[in-house]
Write a protein that binds this ligand. Structure first.
Ligand code: SF4
Length: 340
């Protein structure tokens, strides 16, 4: 059986969207993954992964000495194939210097000259499907089922979530409505989550999902719905996935919780402002709705979302009403087969 290593040092969402590729490769032999410290924990316990190798480019493995350390680590792995799910020159040089014989990545990547196989980067596909095609360059396009991501929260995550919910006196069977108001990019944050929380509070218990950077929007939601469960900065990533998995629905921006929900199969309402799902990062949960301002000539304006609206009016988000999002959310969990 041939051993392979997958290099994925992009954002957390990209790591989650790499899991269908990992599942595919695991049928052929052991699979190790090189990823960032932030993303490593989300792959804990994943059945397709033999080992997660943390690559801390900004600290432990910064500079030339760090590069050599990682090269030695990869050489020891005696891999037959490296899959470059992230296409930087540094990653390409790393697997080349580690003398991994087969190096497969996207033809558009900056390090592609060091690959042995270059795969077309298909703009028309979901990113999970693009990544999956690295494992079968001339094969058929993946089905929706094949490109659905997966994660494996275990008993430790269940206990942490149980404790959090109990501390907020959530009753067994109480319906949870998850809201994820954050995003690394300011213009991807829809500004009306507090009002949405108020509109949905009578349909279930509001749960606020997010990391350390999302404390401020969580406080705004708590100001309107004081009995909301604030899980921001309270849970490890995989426990956040567990909590999302227990929720009847999640409303999220175009950010990491969207992909956690896809992996957990949670009905998803995804709000897109300066970006669009056609970039390849839309929800993959079986039940989903995507919302965005459909009649705005300036949209989309940026691949990730600019720091500020270049036109200053920020209409893509400001004109997406609370009523519209609330109605679609209610429809989604009251009629679960209403796909968009
Ligand atoms: S330019 Fe348009 S799409 Fe971009 S942030 Fe402003 S309103 Fe949104």
């Amino acid at each position: 059986m041939s051993a392979s290593v997958v290099i994925q040092t992009s954002f957390l969402g990209d790591t989650i969207l790499t899991t269908p590729l990992l599942v595919q490769l695991a049928h052929r032999g052991p699979v190790d993954v090189v990823t960032t410290p932030a993303a490593a924990s989300v792959l804990k316990g994943h059945p397709a992964v033999r080992q997660v190798i943390v690559y801390d480019k900004r600290d432990t493995h910064a500079g030339f000495v760090g590069f050599l350390t990682m090269r030695a680590r990869l050489k020891r792995g005696q891999y037959d194939t490296a899959y470059l799910a992230q296409g930087s020159m540094r990653s390409a040089l790393l697997v080349w210097a580690a003398r991994i014989p087969e190096r497969i990545g996207f033809a558009t990547s900056s390090g592609s000259r060091f690959y042995t196989t270059r795969v077309a980067y298909r703009d028309d596909l979901h990113h999970a499907a693009r990544l999956l095609l690295l494992s079968r360059p001339n094969g058929r396009e993946p089905t929706e089922e094949e490109m659905r991501p997966s994660l494996a929260p275990g008993s430790a995550e269940r206990v942490v979530v149980d404790d959090l919910l109990q501390s907020h006196h959530v009753q067994p069977g109480e319906r949870l409505i998850a809201l994820a108001p954050g995003s690394v990019w300011a213009t991807k944050r829809w500004p009306y989550y507090p009002q949405l929380a108020q509109a949905l509070a009578e349909s279930g218990r509001i749960v606020i999902i997010g990391g350390p950077g999302d404390r401020a929007p969580a406080k705004e939601i708590l100001a309107t719905v004081p009995n909301a469960v604030d899980a921001t900065d309270q849970l490890p990533l995989l426990a956040s996935a567990e909590l999302i998995g227990r929720s009847a629905v999640i409303v999220t921006n175009d950010s990491a919780p969207l992909h956690l929900a896809s992996a957990m199969g949670t009905p998803t309402v995804a709000i897109f402002g300066p970006t669009v799902p056609q970039f390849g990062f839309g929800p993959l949960a079986p039940t989903k709705a995507t919302l965005g301002h459909e009649n705005l000539a300036c949209r989309p304006c940026h691949r990730h979302g600019p720091k500020r609206c270049p036109l200053t009016h920020f209409r893509c988000m400001r004109e997406l009403s609370v009523e519209e999002v609330a109605e679609r959310t209610r429809n989604l969990f009251l009629t679960p087969d209403a796909l968009v």
